[in-house]
Design a binder for this molecule. Structure first.
Ligand code: HPA
Ligand code: ZN
Length: 342
């Protein structure tokens, strides 16, 4: 049977690269601003939406950090997270690994515990009510210094049971992985998994740094790794997952046209690519829209779609039995659709 848009939407999926602050839809932004007595710089939802045009990563980040200012109370973080999880459920996402940026909140006087509390309460409800499993990853803002990252790790260590890993995000160029070598080393010694954004705008050297200095288990984005043949060999040999975000890449001009997106080439070169939405409220689509867009633009086969999802289940930090259940769900789906996956 051939792939249809409907079958892509029904396909079981995992999401491994999703910034919860990047799921703040304009409507919710206005509701939270209202609830918290905050005056936004935009007069209406339409005005805010019209501002979602970005020349590059920094352009986007400026608006993204501005958006976080409406998140004040624990319930705000709950509502934000719950809205994403309900959406994820409608997109047949069975497992999700969520980033949050503690310093974007503590830096404006919101306690770490308050943000964490609201997010994890929603994650708990999603598992109980929707059967959707998750892991939470705290990201270090790389435009801030290592001392701030160390203090954030100290806070995270007080809540080890609710956090799976450490990540690295924000403005990439000029903020190389080596700045965070010590904090990542300490986090890994404490049992956290490590991931890092690398090769989105930054050069292949930053991907090498994420591997060799930060000890990551996944590379977030990784597009520019393709410029370095030795790096590609290393990533293939290690089966290092890349959490690729097609619509994000298009909106931030990492690619100029989805038809020239490197995802297909990544698969053909044996890289362990996955598809993710990054900041869906800002980039024009959640996970299904990302799959539909690359499927159409790159003419992906059913075998390639299957591989992308299977990669994301394998690359997840879900515990063993859950991972097996996810993979079985995908196998059953492919069989029932009559997909050729070999
Ligand atoms: N890149 C870096 N930092 C980010 C991103 C991204 O795509 N989204 C939110 N923070
Ligand atoms: Zn990201």
């Amino acid at each position: 049977m051939t792939v249809t848009p409907d079958s892509i939407c029904r396909m079981p999926k995992a999401e491994l690269h999703l910034h919860i602050e990047g799921t703040l839809e304009p409507g919710l932004c206005f509701r939270l601003a209202d609830r918290n007595g905050i005056k936004l710089a935009y007069g209406s939802v339409a005005d805010l939406k019209a501002a979602y045009r970005f020349a590059n990563l920094q352009d986007f980040l400026d608006l993204y950090y501005q958006g976080t200012h409406v998140l004040i109370e624990e319930q705000d973080f709950y509502d934000l997270t719950w809205a994403y999880l309900e959406k994820a459920r409608t997109q047949t996402i069975l497992h999700t690994e969520i980033f949050f940026d503690p310093q974007a909140h503590t830096g404006r006087g919101i306690p770490f515990e308050r943000a964490l509390g609201g997010i994890t309460r929603a994650l708990g409800d999603a598992e109980a009510k929707l059967g959707l499993t998750s892991n939470l990853i705290f990201c270090m803002l790389r435009h801030l210094d290592a001392a701030s990252a160390e203090r954030t790790l100290d806070q995270a260590l007080e809540h080890k049971d609710r956090l799976a890993g450490i990540g690295l995000d924000s403005s990439e160029v000029g903020h190389p992985p080596e700045n965070f070598k010590a904090v990542f080393e300490r986090a890994r010694k404490e049992g956290f998994r490590a991931v890092a954004h690398a090769g989105e705008e930054g050069p292949p050297e930053y991907v090498w740094g994420a591997l060799d200095l930060l000890g990551v288990s996944r590379i977030d984005h990784g597009n520019r790794a393709l410029e370095d043949a030795a790096l590609v060999d290393r990533l293939v040999r290690d089966r290092m997952p890349l959490t690729v975000c097609p619509l994000s890449n298009l909106k931030l001009s990492v690619v100029d046209d989805l038809a020239r997106h490197p995802l297909r080439e990544m698969l053909e070169r044996g890289l362990m690519a996955t598809v993710n939405s990054d900041d869906p409220a800002y980039f024009g689509g959640y996970l299904n829209e990302n799959f539909l867009a690359v499927w159409a633009a790159l003419d992906l086969s059913e075998g390639q779609l299957f591989t992308l999802v299977r990669n994301s289940f394998e690359a997840s930090f879900a515990e063993g039995a859950r991972k097996q259940t996810l993979i079985t769900r995908l196998d059953d789906f492919a069989k029932s659709e009559g997909w050729q996956t070999g």
